[in-house]
Design a protein around this ligand. Structure first.
Ligand code: NAD
Length: 282
């Protein structure tokens, strides 16, 4: 595969673009906002430069990766892509509409992938004319650093495609794992009770957030405690995933969202990115 398209160039799309450009692919990038596209390209160039300065990439590799990035506002420029990875807003209708439009541009055998955290791949694929070439490729934030990538076939995905994508992802120096199309896949499902029980312990007055985070890092061996981690991910993203997984499991109380997090979300107190979440970053 030579040319890979990335649609949606926010936190995830930019990170994924950096990974695939560093791995040697020509990358086409598109976002609905010109400012997001500019920010993504300059952010990737900066990040590549820093990696070269730290000696983690040679300056030749960093420069070559930077030169493989091609931002565009016109989806027609994706006509030569052999794989397109979508990382736009977590909204089923918007994603379905995007893939329908994309199919009128790309070739019949171009692989289409979504980076969705919590939506059903099968339901996104159902909107496609050729759902057999559709698959989930789920990176973690920040994509250039996090090793794990979940590869998820939809019910309609042709036999063998998920394995091919797993091999491709492995060639990018990642650790891919095949999983099934169930809400939250592996990691986001296991993580729901991690966050949910931590919030319940805090709400019940058993321990405060700093104590829970301390216990989970110092005693539990986790790299980040649940509250620090939710603030890092952002409550806009984390709360929406919790709501989506709860609904997708037919409102199983095990996955019930909390009012404490819902209020942070409603107030725009998203965590690190907004300066306030469970902790204050002012
Ligand atoms: P983000 O808000 O940082 O970026 C989304 C980008 O998509 C924005 O730049 C926006 O302008 C663009 N966009 C939205 N609708 C578009 C459209 N119709 N056409 C073109 N561009 C459009 O979001 P993110 O955190 O990068 O998440 C993107 C996707 O990745 C979501 O599906 C999310 O669930 C998933 N994801 C997020 C994380 C995370 O930790 N943030 C981790 C794994 C997966």
């Amino acid at each position: 595969m030579r040319t890979i398209g990335i649609i949606g160039c926010g936190a995830m799309g930019a990170g994924i673009a950096q990974v695939v450009a560093t791995a040697g692919h020509t990358v086409r990038l598109l976002d609905q906002h010109a400012s997001a596209l500019e920010k993504a390209v300059s952010g990737i160039q900066n990040s590549l430069r820093k990696l070269a300065d730290k000696g983690r990439l040679t300056s030749e590799v960093a420069e070559a990766a930077g030169s493989r990035l091609h931002a565009t506002a016109d989806m027609q420029d994706f006509a030569d892509c052999e794989l397109v990875i979508e990382a736009i807003v977590e909204d089923l209708g918007v994603k379905q509409q995007l893939f329908r439009k994309l199919e009128s541009v790309v070739s019949a055998d171009c692989v289409l992938a979504s980076n969705t955290s919590s939506l059903s791949l099968t339901s996104i694929a159902a909107a496609c004319e050729r759902p057999e070439r559709f698959v989930g490729i789920h990176f973690f934030n920040p994509a250039p650093i996090m090793q794990l990538v979940e590869v998820i076939p939809a019910l309609q995905t042709r036999a063998g495609l998920a394995e091919e994508m797993k091999a491709l992802v492995a060639s990018w120096n990642k650790l891919p794992v095949l999983t099934q199309d169930t809400p939250g896949f592996i990691v986001n499902r296991v993580a729901r009770p991690f966050y949910g029980e931590a919030i319940r312990i805090m709400e019940e007055g058993i321990a405060d957030i700093a104590t829970i985070d301390w216990a989970m890092t110092e005693l539990g061996g986790f790299r980040m405690g649940p509250f620090a981690l939710m603030d890092f991910i952002g409550h806009d993203v984390n709360y929406r995933v919790t709501e989506s997984v709860f609904a997708a499991f037919f409102y199983d109380p095990r996955f019930k969202p909390s009012f404490s997090q819902k209020r942070l979300f409603e107030a725009g107190y998203y965590g690190r990115k907004s300066g306030r979440g469970f902790y204050s970053y002012a």
